[in-house]
Design a protein around this ligand. Structure first.
Ligand SMILES: Cc1ncc(COP(=O)(O)O)c(C=O)c1O
Length: 447
């Protein structure tokens, strides 16, 4: 099926189309088996049972076709089977599947480390460590900043999501169910408010700095004991929140003053999603460490810790990974970055502006939309009970995602009451217009 699909252009397909209410009979069989045997911890947001995809279109096993506004949680940057990425994967897989980059050398690993060092934000020379996932990049970064500063303490933000392993989970403060029953967490971690302009108002930066400087630094922990601030330059799982423009430069300045490392978790915001390769570039900040994963290899498991050369000086053998930097994943990442740089950054800006303007127009008539924010194809739509109180409408948010799915549009929520629009960066004008049409119809019927 995949090979047949790649011969087609997405433009020639009829989509979205719902032939049978999902899950259809074939989908239901997969759902039933999965439910019986897979871990009970999986979420399974709605019963989408994928057969294949093309561009920003996903087809299920019963022939239903969806427009995808979620990219498998912000991952499928180049779409579901970009021919250049697939060709690079096939070529690499035909050579060798594994040798272990921690202990031996190969071209693809040297090439992707060089490429990431070159494209990372800021002029300082960089070094790169490759991982299998986002959480593992966060985990490694915790070790790196402690090693580099010889300080123990870490600071993260309310609403942050950094992953599921112990260090990353301890930095996470997104939903209590992600931490419940798993404590105790890693000690020596503090959380501070994230500057959410919709909730905290135009002085969000000042409010957060007042807390950091007058409360955190004075009452809880001396800045001289802090190894690093971990921050998502735009908050992802927490609700697709963009900080005020002055926040990250101010945080960088404060970190520098106190000898604290600044770690940008760009696992969701990186790889072109916001219309620049990194969200950091919107704010003119060079963090000490940048973390990548998700879109980096178009869905193949690869993450990266990209650090200033002066920061990444941990000794040989102090950190490693059997699989991290797998040759097939390295090849996928090199092809992905080439496609993003050549084709997708420009498309992301144009389609992102179109999509955001379309949602803003919907906000004129649907009063349940409290806020629309974003850059590129990283757009958050916040749903409220009324615009005065800004009370979160969590139930409506979930209903929107479910009904949109039944009508052929894939959405995903984040935070309590936000729908994130994070489509593949190959999205075209038709996808934007058709997706907005479905969203409009869903909002009309639900409110
Ligand atoms: C900002 C951020 N950091 C870290 C992670 C964890 O990545 P992974 O699921 O690959 O471990 C995620 C995943 O959603 C994320 O959005």
């Amino acid at each position: 099926m995949g090979d047949n699909m790649t011969k087609h252009k997405v433009e020639t397909l009829e989509y979205p189309r719902i032939l049978t209410k999902p899950p259809g009979p074939k989908g239901q069989a997969v759902v039933d088996k999965d439910k019986r045997y897979s871990s009970t911890s999986y979420i399974k947001y709605y019963p989408l049972v994928v057969s294949h995809g093309l561009g920003a279109m996903v087809e299920d096993v019963d022939g239903n076709r969806y427009i995808d506004f979620m990219a498998g949680i912000g991952v499928s940057a180049t779409g579901y089977n970009h021919p250049e990425v697939v060709a690079a994967i096939k070529d690499a897989a035909g050579r060798f599947l594994h040798i272990c980059g921690t202990d031996f050398y190969y071209q693809g690993m040297a090439d992707i480390c060089e490429k990431l060092a070159q494209v990372a934000p800021g002029p300082s020379p960089k070094r790169v460590f490759l991982t299998n996932s986002g959480t593992e990049a966060v985990e490694g970064a915790i070790k790196l900043v402690r090693n580099s500063t010889r300080r123990p303490t870490l600071v993260a933000f309310n609403g942050a999501f950094h992953g599921r392993s112990y260090g990353a989970m301890s930095l996470t403060a997104s939903k209590t169910k992600q931490r419940a029953t798993f404590g105790p967490m890693l000690p020596g971690i503090y959380h501070v408010p994230y500057p959410d302009p919709y909730r905290l108002g135009p002085n969000a930066t000042d409010i957060v700095f007042e807390y950091i400087e007058k409360e955190l630094f004075k009452r809880y922990i001396s800045p001289s004991e802090i190894a690093a601030f971990f921050v998502e330059p735009m908050q992802g799982e927490g609700g697709y929140i963009l900080p005020p423009d002055d926040f990250l430069p101010k945080l960088a300045e404060s970190c520098k003053r106190h000898g604290i490392m600044l770690v940008f978790d760009e696992i969701q915001t990186g790889m072109g999603r916001t219309g620049k390769m990194w969200a950091a570039e919107h704010y003119g900040v060079e963090p000490d460490v940048v973390l990548s994963a998700k879109g980096l290899a178009s869905g193949m498991p690869l993450g990266a810790i990209i650090a200033k050369e002066e920061t990444m000086r941990w000794p040989s053998g102090s950190h490693g990974s059997t699989f991290g930097g797998n040759p097939v994943c390295c090849a996928a990442a090199l092809a992905t970055i080439e496609v993003i740089e050549r084709d997708l950054l420009a498309n992301t800006i144009v389609m992102g502006d179109l999509l955001k303007a379309g949602v803003e127009a919907l906000a004129q008539k649907h009063l349940c939309i409290g806020d629309v924010r974003g850059k590129g194809l990283f757009i958050g739509v916040e749903f409220v009970k009324d615009r005065e109180s800004k009370k979160a409408d969590e139930a409506l948010t979930e209903k929107i995602a479910q009904l949109a799915f039944e009508r052929g549009l894939l959405l995903l929520s984040c935070g309590l009451n936000v729908i994130r629009l994070a489509p593949p960066l190959v999205l075209n004008r038709y996808d934007v217009e058709k997706g907005l049409e479905i969203l409009d119809s869903v909002l009309t019927d639900l409110t």
